[in-house]
Design a protein around this ligand. Sequence first.
Ligand code: ZN
Length: 166
Amino acid sequence: MASKICFSLALGLLLAVAAAARAQSVRYVELPRDVIEERLRQYAGPDPARGANVKKLFREAGCSGEHLAEQPVARASAPNVLCILPGVSRRVILVGAHFDHAPEGEGVADNWSGASLLPSLYQSLNSAPRRHTFVFVGFTDEETGFSAPALTPTGSQRMILPGFRP
Ligand SMILES: [Zn+2]
C-alpha cells in the first residue's frame, strides 16, 4: 500500500510540474534516457548510502555549494537531502521523493525510482531562467515515520532553505 501511495505522489508531482510547464511555458532540456537509467541503477546499499547517492547525483547534475544541503531529521538513519533551484518570485515548488526502503525487497519502485529522478528534474530545469524557486527533497525514513513534517514552517524554514532569501 505504501508503494501505491508513493507512486501516486510521485506521479501527481510529475503531472503537476508538467501542467505548470504547459501553463507557463517552462523551458527545460530533455535528458538522455541512458542518464536517467544509470541513476535508477544506483539503488544498492542501506538507506544512508542511498541518501549519500542522492546527494552525489545532485552534485553530478550541477547542484552544489549553498544550494545543496542536508537536513538532519531526529531519530532518522540519514538526513533529508535538499537541492534548491532559485527563481525570482517568492513562491516555492517542492518536489520530493523518499530514498529509504522497507526491509522487504530493494525499494527500487518504492521509491528509488522517484528519488533518483530528482537530480534529473533539477538538471532539466536548470538550463533556463525560471520564475519560481524549486526545492527538490530526497526524504529519509518515510517507511518508518514520515519525515516531511520537518519541512513545515514549525520546523524552521531557514534551516531547510539555506542561502534562500525570499
Ligand atoms: Zn514508500
